[in-house]
Every structure is written in C-alpha cells, then in structure tokens.
Design a protein. Structure first.
Length: 94
C-alpha cells in the first residue's frame, strides 16, 4: 500500500538521515529524450533521484590492479544499502 507522498526536501532529508552520504533530486520532465530510453517508459517519470555513499578510504586506497576481496565485500554491502534506500525513495516519492 502506497503511503502519502512526501516532498523532495523531506525525501532527501530522510535518505540522508537513513545513511546516504549525498542525495540529489532532479526534475526530468524536459530532459532531452535522445538518451537510449524507450520514450513511453521515459515519460512516466518526472523526477530522478541520485543516492551516493562514501566508501572506506582505506579499502579504496588498497585497490591496485583490480578489486580486492575487501572491496568486493564493500561493493556488495553498498549495493544492498542502495537497494534498501531506493525502495524507500520509490515508496515515498511523489
């Protein structure tokens, strides 16, 4: 069941409070549709949400020739967190 939509500002504040490091919300109603999206799919959306996390400097610094096991674990955990927060955003966006 969909909850009452919240404002962009409330959504951003909630995502930041729930663990995101940075959040951006953009109006995409007038965005150039030359991107490789199906136009009928693209027109369903009026906003885009970008969520970012700061990753561990020490794990990133240890990457030399390719991903390390520690990075692989961090990547997996970060993607689970992205999924969780994205679901929150989908359920609460206008």
């Amino acid at each position: 069941m969909k909850q009452n939509p919240i404002s962009s500002s409330e959504l951003k504040d909630s995502l930041l409070a729930d663990g995101a490091s940075i959040v951006g919300i953009a109006n995409i109603e007038n965005l150039d549709t030359s991107f490789e999206f199906d136009e009928s799919e693209f027109k369903k959306y009026t906003r885009a949400i970008s969520i970012g996390f700061r990753l561990s400097d020490s794990i990133i610094d240890d990457i030399v020739d390719g991903p390390t096991p520690e990075y692989a674990q961090l990547y997996s955990e970060a993607n689970k967190e992205f999924d969780r927060l994205a679901q929150f955003g989908i359920l609460n966006s206008e």
